[in-house]
Design a protein around this ligand. Sequence first.
Ligand SMILES: [Zn+2]
Length: 773
Amino acid sequence: MPIQISNDTLKEHLKKTFGFSQFRGEQEAIIQNTLQGNNSFVLMPTGAGKSLCYQLPAIVMPGTAIVISPLIALMKNQVDQMIAFGVNAQFLNSSLTRSEMNRVKNEVLSGDVKLLYIAPESLNKQENLNFLQQANISFVAIDEAHCISEWGHDFRPEYRKIRAIIESVDEKLPIIALTATATPKVQLDIQKTLNLEDAKVFKSSFNRKNLYYEIRSKKDIDKQLIRYIKSHSGKAGIIYCLSRKRVEEIADLLHVNGIKALPYHAGLDPAIRMANQESFLNEEVEVMVATIAFGMGIDKPDVRFVIHYDAPKSLEGYYQETGRAGRDSLDGTCILFYTYDDILKLDKFNKDKAVSEKENAKLLLAEMVYYANLGVCRRKQLLNYFGEYMAENCGFCDNCLHPTPTFKAEREVVLVLQAIQETEEKFDAEHIADVLEGKVNQYVQSYDHDKLPVFGAGKTVSWNTQAVDDDDDDDDNEDEDEDNPTPKKPKLKKKSQKDNHTEDEKSPWISFIKQITIHGYLVKDIENYGVLKLSEKGLNFIQDSYPVTFSRDHDYEKEAEPDENDEMNAGVGAKAYDDALFELLKNLRKKLAKEKNLPPYVIFQDPSLEEMATTYPSTQEEMAQINGVGMGKVIKFGKPFLDVINRYVDENEIETAREVVVKSTVNKSKIKIYIIQQVDRKIDLDDIAYQKELSMAELIEEIEAICYSGTKLNLDYYINQVIEPDKQEEIYDYFLSSDTDNITEALDNCNIDDVSEEELRLMRIKFLSELAN
Ligand SMILES: [Zn+2]
C-alpha cells in the first residue's frame, strides 16, 4: 500500500535516527519508490549508503520489513548497528535456539520489530512461511542480491525460489533488491531470477575516485609488503590472502618485523576472531591479515590501504575488497601483487566443480588476468567491467601515472572492426583472432570465414614491427554503453608460466580486442556470452578512421627488475651501503671496543654495521630490527651508534625512506624458541639434540644463530660439565684478545692443547652472550 511521506519528514527521520542532515546520491528517490509501493533494483558501490535505502523506509512504514541476507555474519552486524541506533531489529537464522526463534517471532507479531533479517534458507521453511503470513510486513529487501545470480559468488539453488515465497506471503509487497557488485550480466540475471524486470533500476557510478589502484609484480613480495607498511606506519590497512595458512604466515612475518598485525579467518576460534576484529576496529593493531571472510559488513571508515597478497578470484571480489579502503572518502591505496602462477593455482581449485560452474570460474579468472596485464587505465577497465564507460583516463592509477609503452594501432583497430562486421557480429574474440591470423580450422572453414577479405590480414601487426615509443596519448572516446566483456572459452593452460601474456598461447589479438572494447569501439552481447558487436563509435571508425595509440601489455617478469635494484641491497652481504657512514660506525666501534677492552666484533659484527649504513635506523626499535642486533645489544651499545647515525642523517639531509630488511619467520624459529626454553631450564645439550633429532654440531649451529641474533643464552651449566675451568679461561682469553671470532682461525692460532672445535664454539657462545648481548 503506497504511503505518502514528504521529503522533509524523511529528512527528519534521517537526522533523528542516523544523524545525517542530507541524503547521498539517489537514496531519497530510492526510498520514495519503496514507499510508493514500487519495486526497486539498486546497484550501489560499497560505502555509498546502500543499507540506508531499506533501513529508513523500514522505520517510517508501519509493520516489519523483511531483509533477506545470505550472510549470517552480516546480519548480526547489521542488527547490532540498528539496535545501537535505537531501532528494534532482529534476525531469524539457524544460529538461534528454538526458544529464541519463538521470542523473535512473537515480537514481530506484536508489531514491535521494524527490521527482520532472514536467511534464504530459513525463508524456505514452511513454519516460517506460516509465521510471515500472519505478520504485518511492510516490504521485502533482498540485500547482496548478486548472491542470487548464478554468476555471483555464493549462488545456492534455493535462491531461485525467493520470489515465489515472497508472493505467497503477499503478492503486493514492494521488493527492493540491492547489490554492491553487479556486472550487466549479473544484473540481468538477478532481475530475471527475481522476476523484477518491472523494477525501477537505480544505478550509481561504481567509480571510487579516492582509491588509487596499482598492480605490482609478486617478486620479492615480503620485502615490498613490509616496506610499504612501514612507510605508512600508523595507518590502518587490510591484507587479503587466499588461504588461512598464508594469513597466519603473513601475520607472523609482519609481527616479527615489528608491525602490529593480527590474523583473521574463518578457521580461528570465534572468540579470537572477534577479539582480533575488535583490536583492528579499536586501532590497537594497524594491519589485519585476512581471508575474504573479513570485511563483510565491517564499517571501518579510515582503512588507508588494501593489499592483495594473492590474486582474487574475480574482479567483483577485487572491487568489493578494495572498496573497503577509504570509506571516509579520503585517499585509499589498493595494491595487488600479481603473478600468473596464482591464476593457475586458482584455476586448479576449480577442477572439482560442476562443469558450468567451472566454466564460469574460468571466465571470471580470465577477466582478472586481463585487468592485471592490460596497460589501460585501471579505473577505465574496472568501470567497463561494471558496464560503465569512462571517456578520459583517470590519472590516479599506476597505468595512468606510469604508462606502459604505446604503439600506433589505427590499422589494427580497423581490421578487428572489419572482421567483426564481415562475420556478422556473431563471434567471440578468439574466433575473430583466428580469422585475422588466417588460421584454417574447422570452425573457420565451416563458416567460410577463410574466404573473407580480412582472412589472414592480421598476420603482421604493428605491435611486433613498431619500435617502442613513449607517446602515451590515449585515444579519446565518445560515450558508449558497454556490456560485461568476457572472452569465450579462455584457456588457462599450464605450459608456459609467464606473466607477460593475458593467457598462454593466446593470440595477442585477443588482448588487443579487449583494449578496443574498453575504449568503446565494441560492445558485448549480454545474452550471448563473449559475442562482440560494433558500437556506433566502432561503425564510425570503419568509415573514417583516425590515428590511435594503444598500450602495450605489462610484462611483470621484466618490470620487477628496476625496483629490485633499489630494494635488494639491504640484506646481509649488501654492497650498496653508505660507505661514509659505515666508516664512521666502524671507527666508533673501534673506539668503544678500546674503551671497554673488548674485540670490536663483540659490539656489532660488520654485516650489522653495513645494514645500519643502509637503513639508517633512528630509534632503538628500528635498530633492534637489524640482523644480528637484539634489544639487549641496543640497550648495551646502541646509543652512541644511534647518535652518530642521526647526526649523519641530519647533516647530509638523507631522506630516510628506509630500506626494509625482512626478518623471516623460518620454520626454525619454533626450534629456536624450544632451545631457548630448554637452555633456560638447564637441560643438557645432548638431551635437547636428542629430542629434536639434531646432531650436536647442528644444535650448536642453532644456538649460535640465536646468539648472533642478539639473544643472551647462559650455557654455563653445560660448559662447566664438559670443559675444564682452566681451559675455559684460556679460550675466553683467546677470544678477548683476538680480532676475529672466526673458528678456523681460532683452531689454528689459539695455541691451546687438545682444544676441539666444539669447545671453541661453546666458549664463543658463552663469550658473546656475556659480552655482546
Ligand atoms: Zn587511470
